[in-house]
Ligand binder design. Structure first.
Ligand code: GLP
Length: 245
């Protein structure tokens, strides 16, 4: 495992962008796994800017997003499809057909999940970017008594609904369910980069790195990934440095 401790959330985003760029330089037809939430926004800004200036080319890039809220369609401002378009896709030269996000308005959830798994398997994710929930979730893999392997329907945790309520007008508007890639989808990525900043992520990061590997803290499975990079700010870095020594 590699850890980069950066000076503030913008630098966390810049380092994560550099890692994505490095991947794209090494393989022109890279398949990227992408995350939403506030954490990767600076990374997307950096990537979008580089593409706008002609320093980065997404024409051969394929993407798979981790998750989508159930019941929200791509034009809903709270959907992750809308988020991705607003923060990245509308600025870059990616082909529409190379963008994959689970449909939040599917009538057949089982088929949507199966098709998503199939597409991930056929393409193979080269680099998966992750954030982390305060409860240790990755994608929308919530704490549970078992790891879900493939793409699946999730009942969102109370903690997740509360944490994500800040993006909605009221907590009642936060969807209670989502479709998420599973742990196997994530673990099969050749490289995983998890980014996090801020005091409220310290506990989850500590448990992820030093706790037991348990579905109760889904991110803990990343201890078993062979190519795992963590990009954090100094606040988290300071909180874990004694444990790393
Ligand atoms: C959501 C997403 C996760 C993300 C998490 C953290 O729940 N499904 O992929 O990691 O939010 O969000 P934030 O970066 O806003 O703290």
């Amino acid at each position: 495992m590699k850890i980069y401790t950066q000076d503030g959330c913008l630098e966390v985003g810049r380092k994560a962008a550099q890692l994505v760029v490095a991947q794209m330089i090494c393989k022109q037809k890279s398949v990227l796994g992408l995350a939403t939430g506030s954490t990767p926004i600076a990374m997307y800004e950096e990537l979008a800017e580089m593409c706008e200036y002609g320093d980065l080319d997404f024409k051969d890039i394929t993407t798979f997003n981790l998750d989508e809220y159930l019941g929200l369609d791509k034009d809903n401002e709270q959907s992750y499809a809308y988020f991705m378009n607003t923060h990245l896709f509308k600025y870059i030269n990616i082909k529409k057909e190379n963008i994959h996000i689970p449909s939040g308005i599917t009538k057949d959830i089982k088929k949507t999940c199966e098709d998503y798994d199939k597409a991930i398997l056929e393409n193979g994710i080269d680099l998966q970017v992750l954030g982390i929930g305060t409860n240790g979730h990755i994608g929308f893999n919530e704490p549970s008594d078992h790891f879900e392997a493939g793409t699946h329907l999730v009942d969102l945790d109370k903690e997740t609904i509360e944490a994500n309520a800040r993006f909605f007008e009221s907590i009642d508007e936060v969807p209670r369910q989502a479709i998420s890639m599973g742990i196997k989808n994530i673990m099969q990525a050749k490289k995983v980069v998890l980014i996090a900043y801020g005091e409220n992520k310290i506990d989850a990061i500590k448990k992820m790195l030093f706790g037991e590997i348990t579905p109760n803290l889904p991110a803990s499975i990343l201890q078993a990934h062979g190519d795992f990079t963590l990009v954090i700010d100094e606040e988290i870095g300071d909180a874990i440095k004694d444990l790393l020594a």
